[in-house]
Each structure stands twice: as structure tokens, then as C-alpha cells.
Design a protein around this ligand. Structure first.
Ligand code: SAH
Ligand code: SF4
Length: 392
């Protein structure tokens, strides 16, 4: 990759101060620049920073990119309540972010939640996920992660609104781009930068145990979501291949520690796949696993993804599954996926752009998934190797 000027939002306060100093500028310029970057999502062009003298504006433009997601295409769904953004990054990589508006209801105020990407593609390869199907592209830079949030904030600020929640549920496995994601999370939380409360920032992971532990060690009360999808190892090996490295028990242990240290309830995400992970036995296994925990389960009907033999469980089955969990005292919500009509499931827009794989590849893939999931249902562990890039 050619070396690009760094994105300015990825600088730590110390790095920005050092740059101002290197320009022979007084230290109050640091605050002026920071205000311009962060207030209401900030500017995208140094020329707009009117508080700065022209030579400083020129120097900023020479040394940094003020926006790393400038090339963005937005599509609306759900009658405008969902805004799906496809970003083409400076090296051509495609990523997505989704802004969801939730009107005020009863005592709860209106919310504006942004779902952001941490990588282009993903190495974990969960077979029901469009991003997993794309494979791994590259890690996002800190600024590329943050600028998705700055863009949404700017769009909201234009109509007097502001972002209330950020979830790392777009493309990529956040905790496999750990250092950059933690730096982005700190910037999003920092009062002097993006300034969103830790409780309003959710990191979703397929179960990178050392990453969960580092997030916990940061201190603030970030919300943790665990993409579980199966409580039994044999099945989870197939649905979330990372399970072969960090099995269910280790993931849940790390999540419990996060709940204990931060006081935050853990969200468990469970995509309901018809005839695969939705049986009465699966519900009981999940109830046994989480009974007594400070946890909440979200059941998500699987979004249709090309090239899988699977589809969402019927609603009656999902209701039964939820009832079993509730009987065990586990808070459970059935979610409807937003933005299906524009392909808002994880990675689907980018997958569309990349085009169809050849038919024999699709057929082989379906066959493999069918036999693997059948074996898993018989309780056999998979002998497939770990996906490339996650076996370190
Ligand atoms: N890699 C991280 C975060 C991104 S995925 C993770 O896996 O947690 C965000 C969520 O979308 C995960 O819970 C994932 O399992 C879910 N997901 C992916 N594809 C889906 C599909 N086709 N239908 C429903 N949920 C899906
Ligand atoms: Fe990666 Fe998450 Fe998709 Fe699995 S569900 S392939 S971890 S993005």
C-alpha cells in the first residue's frame, strides 16, 4: 500500500500537541484544531478551519487527511429510519456503516445508533455472515474507524440531533484489530475528543479471549457483546470457527469477568438458523450455560446470505427458544434485523459489489456446510484447520 498521510482523527492528544509544536505554533492551536476536528463531527477540509491562520491550515492539509471516509454512498431503508453507508477507502477497500434512528418511546428518549466496521472483510469466516464470505481484506486505521462516527455525527448535527450509541457490529472482528480498535474506542469515549459515554459504546466479538481481557483492563464501562450462536462446542466450531481456538467456556469466563469488573450486563448475540442451532437441546444448553449470569440474550433471525444452505428459523421456533431461556431467568429479546431491504446484514453491500463467486465454488461451499453442520448436530467436533490469520 502506498503511504498515505495519516488521518488526523487518529492522532492522540500528545501527537497533535507535538505536531503543533513542530510547526512553531503556540499551544492554544491544539485546542483550536481539536475543536475543529471533533465538534459536531468536525470539518472534512482544513480550509474550513477559520480560527487558524492560512499557513497553519495549509500545513495541516499537507500533513494529514482531515477525512478518511470521504467517498461514501448512502442508501435509505425502513422509510428513512436506517441509513446504510458504503465507504470506499483511499486504497479502494470497501467498508460499511449503518445509522439507525429509533424514535422516542414512553420514557426512553430517541436514539441514533451507528454500527461501524473495524476491518475490511473478516478472517474469522462465520459461514452465515456475508463479511465472513468475503474473507479478510485489511485492518482499518484508527482514523478510518473514528471517521465513520464523525460522518454520522455531522449528518445528525445538521438537523440538531446527535449520535447516542456506537456498536462495533459492522464488518470485521474488532478484537483481531485490537490495538487500533482500543485506540479508537478511547478516542470515541474521550470527553475532549468524540465524547461518547463508555456505556454507549458496544464492542461485539466472536470470542477473542485475550482481546476481551484487554478491553476489560482499559477500565471504563464499555458494553461487551458476545456473538455466541451456539452453546455447544461442536456446533460453535462450525458456526464461529474461532471457537476451535477459544472454546465456549473460555469465552463465557472472560465475559463474566468483564461483567464483574465493569458492572455491565453482557449481551449475547444468537443468530437463529433454521434446523441448525435452534433445537430444544440448544435452548437448554444455552440456558444451562448462562443461568445466574448478569447477561441478556438477543435472538436474531438469520438474514438471508447468498451461498449458504441456511435460512432464518421460523418465528414460532424462535418464540419457543426464547421461552426456554426466560424460564431459566435469562432476559431475552427477539430482534428484527434492520435494513434488510438494502442488504444491511453485516457485509452484504460490499459482498454485492465484489460479485458472485463461480458456481462450483458456491456448490462446494454449500456441501461442506451441510455435512459439517450435520456432523456437529451429532456432537462431532470439527477437524477443519483454523482460518488463516487467527491462529497466532
Ligand atoms: N465480528 C464481530 C462483529 C461484527 S458481526 C462479531 O462477530 O461479533 C455483528 C453481528 O452480526 C454478529 O453477532 C454476527 O454474528 C451477526 N451476523 C452476521 N451475519 C448475520 C446474518 N446473516 N444474520 C444475522 N446476524 C448476522
Ligand atoms: Fe467476522 Fe463477525 Fe462475520 Fe464472524 S460474524 S465472519 S467474526 S464479521
Amino acid at each position: 500500500m502506498t503511504t498515505l498521510r495519516p488521518g488526523i482523527s487518529g492522532l492522540t492528544p500528545g501527537e497533535l500537541a507535538a505536531w503543533v509544536d513542530s510547526q512553531g505554533q503556540p499551544s492554544y492551536r491544539v485546542r483550536q484544531i481539536a475543536d475543529a476536528i471533533w465538534n459536531d463531527g468536525g470539518v472534512t477540509d482544513a480550509a474550513e478551519i477559520r480560527t487558524l491562520p492560512a499557513p497553519v491550515r495549509d500545513a495541516l492539509a499537507r500533513d494529514f487527511r482531515l477525512d478518511t471516509v470521504a467517498e461514501t454512498e448512502i442508501r435509505l431503508a425502513d422509510g428513512g429510519q436506517t441509513e446504510k453507508a458504503l465507504h470506499r477507502l483511499d486504497d479502494g477497500a470497501l467498508i460499511e456503516s449503518v445509522l439507525m434512528h429509533y424514535p422516542a418511546r414512553g420514557a426512553s428518549r430517541e436514539r441514533h445508533t451507528l454500527c461501524i466496521s473495524s476491518q475490511a472483510g473478516c478472517a474469522v469466516g462465520c459461514p452465515f455472515c456475508a463479511t465472513g464470505e468475503l474473507g479478510f481484506g485489511r485492518d482499518l486505521e484508527v482514523a478510518e474507524i473514528i471517521d465513520q462516527a464523525r460522518l454520522a455525527q455531522r449528518r445528525l448535527a445538521a438537523s440538531g440531533r446527535h449520535l447516542t450509541n456506537i456498536v462495533f457490529m459492522g464488518m470485521g472482528e474488532p478484537l483481531l484489530n485490537l490495538d487500533r480498535v482500543l485506540a479508537a474506542v478511547e478516542a470515541l469515549n474521550d470527553r475532549r475528543r468524540f465524547g461518547l459515554g463508555a456505556r454507549h459504546i458496544t464492542v461485539s466479538t466472536s470470542g477473542v479471549v485475550p482481546g476481551i481481557r484487554r478491553l476489560t483492563a482499559l477500565g471504563p464501562q464499555f458494553t461487551l457483546a458476545i456473538s455466541l450462536h451456539a452453546a455447544r462446542d461442536a456446533l460453535r466450531d462450525v458456526l464461529v470457527p474461532l471457537n476451535r481456538r477459544w472454546p465456549v467456556a473460555e469465552v463465557v469466563d472472560a465475559a463474566r469477568d468483564h461483567a464483574r469488573v465493569t458492572g455491565r450486563r453482557i449481551s449475547y448475540e444468537y443468530t437463529m438458523i433454521g434446523g441448525v442451532n435452534d433445537t430444544a437441546d440448544d435452548a437448554l444448553a444455552l440456558a444451562d450455560l448462562l443461568r445466574g449470569d448478569h447477561a441478556h440474550v438477543n435472538l436474531i433471525p438469520m438474514n438471508p446470505v447468498a451461498h449458504t444452505p441456511w435460512q432464518a428459523s421460523p418465528m414460532a421456533i424462535i418464540e419457543l427458544f426464547a421461552a426456554t431461556l426466560r424460564q431459566a431467568g435469562i432476559g431475552t429479546t427477539i430482534r428484527r434485523n434492520r435494513g434488510q431491504e438494502v442488504g444491511a446484514a453485516c457485509g452484504q453491500l460490499a459482498a454485492e459489489r465484489t460479485g458472485e463467486p463461480p458456481a462450483p465454488t458456491v456448490a462446494r461451499r454449500r456441501e461442506r456446510l451441510e455435512s459439517e453442520s450435520a456432523a456437529a448436530l451429532r456432537g462431532e467436533r470439527s477437524h477443519e484447520p483454523l482460518p488463516v490469520g487467527v491462529g497466532e
